[in-house]
Design a protein around this ligand. Sequence first.
Ligand SMILES: NC(=O)c1ccc[n+]([C@@H]2O[C@H](COP(=O)([O-])OP(=O)(O)OC[C@H]3O[C@@H](n4cnc5c(N)ncnc54)[C@H](OP(=O)(O)O)[C@@H]3O)[C@@H](O)[C@H]2O)c1
Ligand SMILES: *[C@@H]1O[C@H](CO)[C@@H](O)[C@H](O)[C@H]1NC(C)=O
Ligand SMILES: *[C@@H]1O[C@H](CO)[C@@H](O)[C@H](O)[C@H]1NC(C)=O
Length: 316
Amino acid sequence: MEMLISVVIACLIAVLPKLYMKLIIGVCKSNADLSGKTAIVTGANTGLGYATALCFARRHARVILACQNAEKAEKAVMKIQKTTGNQNITYKVIDTSDLASVRKFAQQIIQEEKHLEILVNNAGIAGPFRRHTTKKNMELTMATNYFGHFLLTNLLLDLLKKSSPSRIINVSSSVHRWIKLDLSDLMLKNFYNMHKAYASSKLAMVLFTKELSKRLKDQGVSVYSVEPGTVRTDFFNKFPPVMSEIFRVIGVFYFRSPEEGAQTAVHCAVADDVIGLSGHHFAECAIMEDCAQAKDAGIAKKLWEQSEQICGLNEN
Ligand SMILES: NC(=O)c1ccc[n+]([C@@H]2O[C@H](COP(=O)([O-])OP(=O)(O)OC[C@H]3O[C@@H](n4cnc5c(N)ncnc54)[C@H](OP(=O)(O)O)[C@@H]3O)[C@@H](O)[C@H]2O)c1
Ligand SMILES: *[C@@H]1O[C@H](CO)[C@@H](O)[C@H](O)[C@H]1NC(C)=O
Ligand SMILES: *[C@@H]1O[C@H](CO)[C@@H](O)[C@H](O)[C@H]1NC(C)=O
């Protein structure tokens, strides 16, 4: 009897979270077809980026996987081609933490692609345990998650405008609500921890979306920031070993799959009912109320101006 009760309780512990997830997870119900459209997804060789690229491929888009590792990218391209039958899938190398690499990538795209309808700024890291800097002395998390995408988006903007209606989707995270962005220390020199680095980069993403949507008003390019929920991906493998193992075990029961996590980004990229909602933040395929800082247009504008300087954008 006790045995039976234990088994039942164990089953409930395993099954209830899954059932709950099924209830709350937003699913993109649009069946929009993307034939004739081109999409770029950064960090698309695995996790959410891969799942997003796969969804676009199923909808017949041309998809360019923007990845830092050619070997992994090539494998992902073949897997997507095989799974979907869509052969119009390719990759290009980009290191979003390296502004020179971002420039090179954008140049190639501008030369080779006639149009670009969807850009998903997805590549991201959790923030290493200790502060790391890039060759150019930028804090690694801010560079990878935010500055690289700031520059990339700006460099591809003319192509996106030319291809309007087009859409930009920034993959943020709910943790952006838990931080106050320090505009005087964007490279986290004065105080660093992995949470602060990650949350700051994700808040910067949301603020960037706001300011960009203002700047793109009436130009046929819509921009959205999305949060995927907590998703079983390689993301947590980069945590310190013990933490990473704990997340792996919890993740089996409590995290969603990459396909489920990608739904909101896909929804913002394809659905008709988000047109006119540019600049908004989405979760579970629906608009989500902004946090106080995300509403502060002053911060968004200042962040934009500093980002332009840091990325050397106003020099051309
Ligand atoms: N998982 C979650 O619960 C969760 C929750 C909220 C938000 N997010 C966000 O969702 C996005 C995707 O995360 P994920 O969970 O799918 O993580 P993931 O499985 O670790 O995938 C991250 C992707 O980004 C790429 N990447 C990392 N650094 C890069 C760089 N410098 N240049 C180019 N590509 C780079 C990785 O390439 P490699 O494979 O070569 O390392 C990988 O393709 C991230 O922005 C993350 O912040 C995730
Ligand atoms: C690939 O996609 C592009 C853009 O969507 C389209 O113009 C082109 O015809 C496609 N090529 C093939 C071989 O399907
Ligand atoms: C996306 O984020 C980039 C920087 O990370 C920013 O430049 C761009 O304006 C943002 N776009 C949207 C739609 O959020």
